[in-house]
Design a protein. Structure first.
Lengths: 401, 160
């Protein structure tokens, strides 16, 4: 591990727990919990409203949180960073607000077979609504986007390409620059699901030529219910709002209304200041560890886990080699169903995810109903790998019969 | 609570060699059972003889618990009337929820092997999937329906 487990109250209180489900949600360091507690204890009021000092402090907390998070992901123009409930809401915002205005009959939307349902179903639905076509890019045998196939799919009808920076189910790190450049040649809008990238890779979004980039706070040490959409300013300004109501308006007439400036135009209602403050503290914590160190640590521990699991008989690992993968090992053990495996591992205090990982199109392409997934983060260490391997060996013994 | 109580030998054996694990060509009821949370899916075929279940079979994919439970169910309900099967499901459901009195458990026969599920609340749906499919088959007559909701059969699992 590259952080002190004591920083994480849940892990400190459960020393025998081997939490290997960080791709689903991460544990939270005390610094994040304290920041939220401080906000609610000292600065809580409805921001942007009251003409009193406390409301001004809440407004300031919210603004500083946005600045801190923007700095973490390398965004200079902080008004193009919109707070949402999470990646799912960010992507739905893009599909609904940008998509409904810009996608029409006969247009094509290109996604990949790797996508989480959050970056698949919104596009499928908007395609059905508009009479557009959802085109799904093939994968290679080791679970990477087939770039040649992607290139052949992107053409003059392509309005938008949407793909994950890092696959949640396999950990595949996609070549964002290469795929975006292909989309750029035909003028397609590029939408990236960064839910599994922002927690694990150093990001400079200003240097990445994409139109929309979505991520969640809760997978990167922040609170559940916090999320971000970073968009190109000119697109955000041209788009209609996603939700309407308080805070997002400029003027409301009896018949029509006008919209507030960015980012408020896309943040209807009382903002989630407490969780934004928590996510900013998470960014501070991760920056202190260093995202290059996070990436190196995950590559090391993922390689170790892959090697140790492969040494156990009957284990099949899905996805590319660890150097092209984030901290995820997706695997099956003989014909033991992943749910049964997860139940047996749970008895040893090992928490893994089993199932389709909200990626049913991918499971169909891998031709498996489900996989087991162990995922690592800053607090994972070799003892977690030991426990995982021991549990897998025990499951094999139970089902050997 | 150890997993040995969950994965009893009878469960493991039915998982390895499920009974009545076959398609049925002359079935008069066919139900697709789905657990949308975990992706488990099974197809259940039933042939009725008047008010009695003349034959029942299943195929599908799922964990050891759902497969063994489906297998044990087929052996338990064959020859039973509709009411008897429904009554058996009610008692079985109480068993896996942990609310069936000890004194009534003997009447469940080999289905008792699934009693360990009551200590694993997340797995109750696995054990109940086949039974929900059976109830739908008996109640909704002919046709293909999902056990999770009314309406048409969900789309097939084959890739696009």
């Amino acid at each position: 591990m590259i952080v002190d487990r004591v920083d994480f109250p849940l892990l400190a209180m459960q020393p025998d727990l081997h939490y290997l489900d960080s791709a689903a949600t991460s544990q939270k360091p005390r610094a994040v919990l304290d920041a939220m507690m401080d906000y609610y204890t000292h600065d809580n009021a409805n921001p942007h409203r009251g003409a009193y000092a406390l409301s001004a402090r809440a407004t300031d907390c919210y603004h500083r949180a946005r600045e801190r998070i923007a700095r973490f992901v390398g965004v200079h123009d902080i008004d193009r960073l919109i707070f949402t409930r999470g990646t799912t809401e960010s992507l739905n915002l893009v599909a609904a607000a940008w998509g409904r205005t810009n996608i029409g009959a006969g247009d094509e939307i290109v996604v990949t077979g790797l996508e989480h349902h959050a970056n698949f179903v919104p596009w499928q639905q908007i395609a059905n609504e508009k009479g557009a076509r959802l085109v799904i890019c093939r994968l290679t045998d080791d679970g990477r986007v087939d770039v040649d196939h992607f290139r052949s799919l992107v053409g003059t009808r392509t309005k938008v390409v949407a793909f994950s920076h890092v696959s949640n189910a396999l950990g595949t790190i996609n070549p964002v620059e290469e795929l975006s450049a292909i989309a750029r040649r035909v003028g397609a809008v590029v939408v990236i699901d960064g839910a599994q990238a922002a927690p694990h890779l150093p990001l400079r979004l200003d240097d990445l030529d994409v139109d929309f980039y979505a991520f969640s706070g809760h997978k990167m040490l922040g609170p559940m219910g916090s999320g971000v959409l970073v968009g190109k300013r000119e697109l955000l300004e041209a788009m209609p709002p996603y939700q309407t109501g308080g805070d997002m308006i400029e003027f409301v007439g009896d018949e029509r209304s006008s919209w507030n400036v960015l980012p408020h135009k896309f943040e209807a209602g009382t903002p989630n200041v407490g969780d934004a403050v928590g996510l900013a503290a998470a960014c501070e914590y991760l920056d202190r560890v260093g995202m290059d160190a996070v990436r190196r640590h995950e590559e090391t521990i993922t390689a170790l886990a892959s090697e140790r699991l492969r040494a156990v008989g009957d284990v099949r690992i899905y996805g590319p080699p660890p150097a092209e993968r984030s901290g995820v090992v997706s695997f099956t053990v003989g014909d033991i169903h992943p749910h049964d495996l997860a139940t047996i591992l749970d008895e040893d205090g090992v928490c893994i995810r089993a199932g389709h990982h909200c990626a049913q199109p991918l499971m169909r392409r891998l031709n498996v109903p489900a996989t087991a997934r162990a995922s690592f983060y800053v607090y994972s260490d070799e003892s977690d790998v030991d426990a995982l391997v021991a549990g897998v060996e025990r499951a094999r013994a139970v089902f050997a019969g | 609570m150890t997993t040995e109580a969950l994965y009893q030998e009878l469960i493991l054996e039915h998982n390895r060699k499920p009974r009545n694990f076959r398609e049925m060509e002359n079935a008069d009821r066919k139900i697709e059972g789905r657990n949308p949370l975990c992706g488990d899916a099974l197809t259940l075929w039933v042939k009725m003889d008047g008010d009695s279940i003349a034959d029942v079979s299943f195929k599908g994919q799922g964990c050891a618990i759902s497969k063994a439970s489906a297998s044990l169910m087929t052996t338990a309900v064959k020859g039973k009337t509709r009411d008897e099967a429904e009554h058996l499901f009610e008692r079985f459901h109480d068993l896996v929820l942990g609310t069936l009195p000890e004194s009534e458990q003997a009447s469940l026969g080999s289905l008792r092997a699934l009693g360990g599920v009551s200590r694993f609340p997340l797995r109750v749906k696995c054990a109940s999937l086949a039974w929900h499919a059976l109830r739908a088959a008996l109640e909704q007559g002919e046709g293909e329906v999902s056990t999770e909701r009314e309406g048409p059969e969900p789309p097939p699992l084959e890739g696009a």
